[in-house]
Structure formats: structure tokens, C-alpha cells
Design a protein around this ligand. Structure first.
Ligand SMILES: Cc1cc2nc3c(=O)[nH]c(=O)nc-3n(C[C@H](O)[C@H](O)[C@H](O)COP(=O)(O)OP(=O)(O)OC[C@H]3O[C@@H](n4cnc5c(N)ncnc54)[C@H](O)[C@@H]3O)c2cc1C
Length: 501
């Protein structure tokens, strides 16, 4: 992808209903996280003639990689696939720290001329499509004050969870606990854990990152889980990539490693799903070797098959090391009650804690919590059907990014951006002359399925508020990058589901 630093068209401005001005742009990208910045970089490069703005509710870019500040925060997929296809990841670590990912996103925004197109503290609340005008009217709160934008195309890169609050169940007896509760999504800058007893409740990627990080300074860390997760270790530094960079140009080396990782990950996923018994046995044997003195059949034996939920990845076996050293331990069971000094499990075991980290997850919030309407009629998301996992039936000139659950998010995000770029090519010139609108029309014969076939708690808690997917292509979400290269990059824009007008 070639970089464009040329001046691109400025938004056009007209008076609005809030006594302010309505700015009009060809493309409005919602969210300045990994996806929104990647999308804006792609679109400004491919379509330098189009005006584009990125609206971001927070004060900084980076999304997830700016919000989460807990000790050790890092990716749990490799940066060769979590990085953009068009910008090599040159960091040393394959699983990168939050700071390094945020810097990478920031650098991309600067390099591709996106930085100056971002409007911070712009919370998008609703979007109304008018077919007569062929545009979206987007209501925004800017520092709490209403403002309006209009755009020809709305591209939602708002992530998948609620930034306001993480998921935090209420625990029995928690009001008697005299220590400190903290949720990883709202980590206090001044929280001191050195020399303290810490309990981390949870078993997902966040808990598994926090335990070794906090164990370095804490007196002791206990990971308290109700249900175990599959965990595997990968080398923190990818020696193959480091060696390749010495002999190949940066981009070539990056693409080689990226493809190796894509294929390796797909093989791992497909084999695990096809042969869950042997896959489970291999993971068990590996874990037992790492933790000979720990009851792996209790603590590392999930009730579901490999990849029914996301696999947790640890760098250089750091979790196993702290468990072996005794700096951390693991308890599997249900909380009977909190006590003034910690927690008691069903069965009577008591665990003392000065700090309890509730790594209990996220609240899913799709499409940034925006309410949509089309020609005056409210859109009920559960009545819409997702098309190729990137558009919704009945919403004209609209696309969204939700990444893979079984692989790196950005693999999908990049494909969506390429697809949107093709749509814009049609809408704004060449063969698209005279076409102002593209909308997905649902096929009533296609059987509905839940939006995601994924058993994570945050998905199951919200599945009935989400759109549907269909049972067959192009309505079916495949969670398979190689399939999607064909189904998205290679798709026909005259597909019968797409209505151009
Ligand atoms: C702790 C953690 C670790 C993760 N690790 C990985 C990993 O290793 N690999 C992986 O593939 N995925 C991982 N994920 C998933 C991760 O969210 C994605 O990888 C990726 O960062 C998502 O980028 P995004 O830009 O789509 O969304 P986000 O990073 O969530 O960014 C969305 C942006 O949109 C803004 N926004 C939302 N709603 C509105 C609105 N209404 N108006 C204006 N702005 C709005 C938000 O403020 C935010 O800046 C992780 C998630 C978490 C929480």
C-alpha cells in the first residue's frame, strides 16, 4: 500500500439543528483503535480524493491498547498477524506489550496522514440514513454537547465491548471484604501491589497475563478460577523472524512470517476442532511436563473442547514458571463467600488477599452502542443479518469491523477495509458513476443462526441483542482467514445480495 501525504478534501460545513455546523464527509470512521486507524490508512491511501474523518470518544487513539493499563498488559496473539498487512511489525517481541502496540497504531496514523483527521472526545450516539439524500446524519456528543455530522458512508470500527464498564459479577459476602477490589479495565495508576497478597479471579487471557506480572513483586498471587482454560506457551521472541529480517527486506520478511503464523494457527485450530480428544491429550501432556507437581486434571482441564473458547497463550512459559516457583498458585472452585480478609471457597479453603483483581471479563457492546434508523424507521439489530461479517442487511452505505475470535483481529479488519475501499471505488467514480447507495438485501430463505458461534461468556450474555448470521455463504461467518481472502477480497460486488442504486 502506497502512502499518500497529499492534502485531501476538507469536510464541508453547513448550519445544523444544534446551532452549530454540520460537517459533511464522504466517509466517517467510528473509533480510533487498531481497526479504525488501519481502515482510515487504507481508505485515504486508496481514495485520496475522498474526505474522511475518524470520530473517537476517548482522548487518545489506540482503543484497547490505550484503555487497558494493568501490569503486563500485552497481546496474546502474535504481532505478525495482529499487525497490519501493510505495515511490518518490527518489534522484538512476538507477543507485544500494550505500550508497543499503541505506539505502532500511533505511528501508522502519523505515517498515513490519519492523525489530523481524528476528532477526539466525539461520542457517536445515533445514525440516521436518508435515502432521499443518500447520506447518514450522525449525532455526536462532543464533551457532552450535541453536534451533527453527515457522511456518505459510515464505517463502524468501535470494537466489541463497553468502554464504560467491565463485566463484574457480585460475589456473596463481598461487602464484608476489607481489602481492595480492582477491575483490569479500570486499573488505578497508584495501586501498589509489592509485598501484598493478591487474588486474581478469572482464567482468561487477562488473568493469565496478570498472574506472572504481579507475582514478580507481590508476596503471593493466587489465580482463582471457576473453570479452567486451555493454555499454551510460545517463545516471546520469534527467532525465525529475527533471522529472516537480517537477510530479507523488512516487508518480505514480515509477509513470510505472517503467512507462516496464519497457516500454523489455522492448522492448530482445525486439527483441534477435528480431533478434540487427541488435541486435549497433547495439551495435557505438555502442561503436566511444565507443572509436574500441580494437579493439571483439576486446574488445566477445561470442560469444553479446545478452541470452543479462545486458547490462552503465554510467552516463554511465564505462567508455569511462577507456579513452579511458588510465587503464585492456582485454585479451582466456587466462591462461597468473601470474608473480611479474603475469600472462602465452597469446600472450606480460605485464601487471604489484600487485593482482589476481578478479571471477570467484558460487557459486549457492538457497534459502539449506536442506535440506527433508516428513512425514519428504527433498526432492530436482531432483525438484521450480517453479510460476509462486515455489513448488515438493511443498513445502506454501512460497514463494520469485528475481528476473528480464533485468530488475530487485524487479519479480518484489513480484509474489511479492502472491501470497503472497493465499495467506495464504485460509489465514487469509474464504473460506479450515478450510484449513491449500496445496501444488503436479506434472503428470507437463508436460515438464521446466532451472530457468533463462540461460547465465551461475554458473547453468550448478549447474543440476543446482536444481529444474526445466516447458515450459508455469504451470510455465514467463517472465522477463517484463507476462506475470507476468497470470500471478501475475491467477492463480486454484483453479488445478488448487494443492491446498488
Ligand atoms: C485486554 C485485551 C487483550 C486483547 N488481546 C488481543 C490479542 O492478542 N489479539 C487479538 O486479535 N485481539 C485481542 N483483543 C481484542 C482487541 O480488542 C482487538 O485486537 C483490537 O484491539 C480491536 O481493535 P478495534 O479498533 O476494532 O477496537 P478497540 O480497540 O476496542 O477500539 C475501538 C475504539 O472505538 C471507540 N468507540 C467505541 N464506541 C464509540 C462511539 N460510540 N463513538 C466514538 N468512538 C467510539 C473506542 O473509544 C475505541 O477507541 C484483546 C482485547 C482485550 C480487551
Amino acid at each position: 500500500m502506497m502512502r499518500v501525504m497529499a492534502q485531501t478534501p476538507a469536510p464541508r460545513s453547513t448550519p445544523d439543528a444544534h446551532d452549530g455546523h454540520v460537517e459533511h464527509v464522504d466517509v466517517l470512521v467510528l473509533g480510533a483503535g487498531l481497526s479504525g486507524i488501519g481502515a482510515a490508512a487504507r481508505l485515504t491511501t486508496d481514495h485520496p480524493g475522498l474526505s474522511l474523518l475518524v470520530l473517537e470518544s476517548r482522548e487518545r487513539l489506540g482503543g484497547t491498547w490505550d484503555l487497558f493499563r494493568y501490569p503486563g498488559v500485552r497481546s496474546d496473539s502474535d504481532m505478525f498477524t495482529l499487525g497490519y498487512r501493510f505495515k511490518p511489525w518490527l518489534g522484538e517481541k512476538a507477543l507485544a506489550d500494550g505500550d508497543a502496540i499503541r505506539s505502532y497504531v500511533e505511528e501508522t496514523a502519523a505515517e498515513y496522514g490519519v492523525t489530523e483527521r481524528i476528532r477526539y472526545r466525539h461520542q457517536v450516539v445515533s445514525a440516521a440514513w436518508s435515502s432521499a439524500d443518500a447520506r447518514w446524519t450522525v449525532d455526536v456528543l462532543v464533551d457532552g454537547e450535541p453536534a451533527t455530522y453527515t457522511c456518505g458512508f459510515l464505517y463502524c470500527c468501535s470494537g466489541y465491548y463497553d468502554y464504560a464498564e467491565g463485566y463484574r459479577p457480585t460475589f456473596p459476602g463481598e461487602e464484608q471484604y476489607e481489602g481492595t477490589f480492582v477491575h483490569p479495565q479500570h486499573w488505578p495508576e497508584d495501586l501498589e501491589h509489592a509485598g501484598k497478597k493478591v487474588v486474581v479471579i478469572g482464567s482468561g487471557a487477562t488473568a493469565i497475563t496478570l498472574v506472572p506480572s504481579m507475582a514478580r513483586e507481590a508476596e503471593h498471587v493466587t489465580m482463582l478460577q471457576r473453570t479452567p482454560t486451555y493454555v499454551i506457551s510460545i517463545p516471546a521472541r520469534d527467532q525465525f523472524s529475527l533471522a529472516l529480517r537480517k537477510v530479507l527486506p523488512e516487508m518480505t520478511a514480515y509477509q513470510v512470517v505472517r503467512w507462516r503464523n496464519v497457516l500454523r494457527q489455522m492448522a492448530f485450530f482445525n486439527l483441534s476442532q477435528a480431533f478434540p480428544g487427541p488435541a486435549r491429550a497433547i495439551v495435557r501432556r505438555y502442561t503436566k511436563k511444565q507443572l509436574p507437581d500441580i494437579d493439571v486434571d483439576t486446574h488445566f482441564n477445561p470442560p469444553y473442547d479446545p478452541w470452543d473458547q479462545r486458547f490462552c497463550v503465554v510467552p516463554d512459559a511465564d505462567l508455569y514458571r511462577v507456579l513452579r516457583s511458588g510465587d503464585a498458585s492456582i485454585a479451582t472452585g466456587s466462591i462461597e463467600t468473601f470474608t473480611p480478609t479474603g475469600v472462602r471457597l465452597v469446600g472450606g479453603e480460605e485464601i487471604e488477599a489484600d487485593i482482589v483483581v476481578t478479571a471477570t471479563g467484558l460487557n459486549l457492546l457492538a457497534f459502539g452502542g449506536i442506535s440506527f434508523s433508516v428513512d425514519g424507521a428504527d433498526v432492530k439489530l436482531p432483525e438484521t443479518m450480517s453479510y460476509r461479517g462486515l455489513m448488515l442487511s438493511g443498513l445502506p452505505n454501512f460497514a463494520y469491523t469485528i475481528g476473528y475470535t480464533n485468530s488475530s483481529w487485524t487479519l479480518k479488519a484489513d480484509l474489511v477495509a479492502e472491501f470497503v475501499s472497493r465499495l467506495l471505488g464504485r460509489l465514487h467514480g469509474g464504473s460506479g458513476e450515478g450510484r449513491a447507495q449500496v445496501v444488503v438485501e436479506r434472503d428470507p430463505a437463508v436460515r438464521e443462526e446466532p451472530f457468533m458461534d463462540f461460547e465465551a461468556g461475554y458473547v453468550l450474555r448478549s447474543i440476543d441483542q446482536l444481529p444474526k448470521q445466516g447458515a450459508v455463504t455469504p451470510w455465514k461467518l467463517k472465522q477463517n482467514y484463507v476462506h475470507d481472502i476468497r470470500a471478501i477480497r475475491g467477492s463480486d460486488l454484483d453479488d445478488e445480495a448487494l443492491r446498488w442504486s
